[in-house]
Write a protein that binds this ligand. Structure first.
Ligand code: FES
Length: 339
């Protein structure tokens, strides 16, 4: 079978789209250093093989790292965005995970890894005067470049960072060293819930602040609930994985028909098959990465129909126009994609 790889033809729309680049991994970087910075957390410094400068990235950006056949993972860049000689990522080893962190922790110094250009689904909006940053565990990674940028811009901000214990808190020593104008608060539960971060109290009153949060699902749920009365444009989050998707898989959504606007090709999407997989069976490839609705790589514009959105990457406004084809479905019998 010959494959046809499709991306939206509206390049202007692409610039507004969360998946800033839908191309395949385009860099090959060398692992220059590996450090264990907390229990089960390693940082990896990646450089170009010839020492040349790397493409710029903005605070909150991530890269896709190809760790093997079909094994692609997204990691936030966690060094100063002004540094052009390397990218740094931090990876928590999750023994019960899907295999990405085990593969990454097995990588050795000098290894050569295919890596995408940086993409940013969690960009820092420097238009606000004040910021609240909430991080849990390895969810701190996108906030390290944000701290550098907020410091540089002279903004007022407070970082609230929780971990199970000091030993399990990545960048515990770095953070006090790089924060000058902002404030930071560390929370260690050490098995005592009362010592933990209390999002409902913290977010009770909001003024003009912008809120950014990233961490484990329980923290995400608590912060989302506590900030539900904040203006939507002031709340920003980034998810590691998509628990909603796991729950949704068992709810038996109906089959529907996907129509490609340009070719009028019509493809049936059965209940247990994604739009991406259904199209792939007909030789149509939409590039994917996370395949669970958190990275934005597979998002395309739709023209007709009513999607059932199951992603965690598109904003409500973006969902009026785009659909994550790796995980979302259709409430209508027909869904026309602008492809
Ligand atoms: S592939 Fe990541 S959102 Fe679909």
């Amino acid at each position: 079978m010959s494959w046809l790889i499709l991306v939206p033809d509206d390049r202007a729309a692409m610039t507004r789209h969360p998946a800033e680049r839908q191309d395949q991994p385009a860099l090959r970087l060398v692992v220059h250093s590996i450090r264990e910075i907390a229990e089960r957390v390693k940082t990896f410094e990646l450089v170009s093989p010839d020492g040349s400068e790397l493409p710029r990235f903005s605070a909150g950006a991530h890269i896709d790292v190809v760790l093997g056949e079909g094994l692609i993972r997204q990691y936030s860049l966690c060094n100063n965005p002004r540094e052009r000689d390397h990218y740094q990522i931090a990876v928590l080893l999750e023994e019960q995970g899907r295999g990405g962190s085990r593969a990454m922790h097995a990588v050795n110094l000098g290894a050569s890894l295919p890596v995408s250009y940086p993409r940013n689904n969690f960009a820092l909006d420097l238009g606000a005067d004040e910021y609240v940053l909430i991080a849990g565990g390895i969810g701190i990674t996108p906030f390290i470049p944000m701290i550098y940028e907020l410091e540089r811009a002279g903004k007022a901000y407070a970082l609230h960072y929780c971990a199970r214990s000091p030993e399990r808190m990545p960048f515990r020593e770095l953070i006090p060293a790089i924060i000058r104008n902002g404030r930071f608060h560390f929370y260690f539960r050490d098995g005592v819930a009362a010592r933990g971060l209390k999002p409902d109290r913290l977010l009770e009153h909001n003024g003009e602040e912008h809120l950014y949060f990233c961490g484990p699902q329980s923290l995400m749920d608590a912060v989302k609930a506590a900030s539900k009365l904040w203006p939507s444009g002031s709340v920003h989050s980034e998810y590691f994985d998509n628990k909603m998707l796991v729950a949704a898989k068992s709810d038996g959504a109906e089959a529907f028909e996907v129509i490609l606007a340009a070719s009028k090709l019509s493809v049936r999407v059965p209940p247990d098959v994604s739009i991406v997989s259904a199209l792939e069976a007909h030789g149509i490839v939409i590039p994917t990465s996370c395949e669970q609705g958190v990275c934005g790589t597979c998002c395309v514009e739709y023209m007709e129909g009513e999607p059932i959105h199951r992603d965690l990457v598109l904003t409500p406004d973006e969902q009026l126009k785009f659909i994550a084809t790796c995980c979302s479905r259709s409430a209508t019998r027909r869904l026309v994609l602008k492809l």
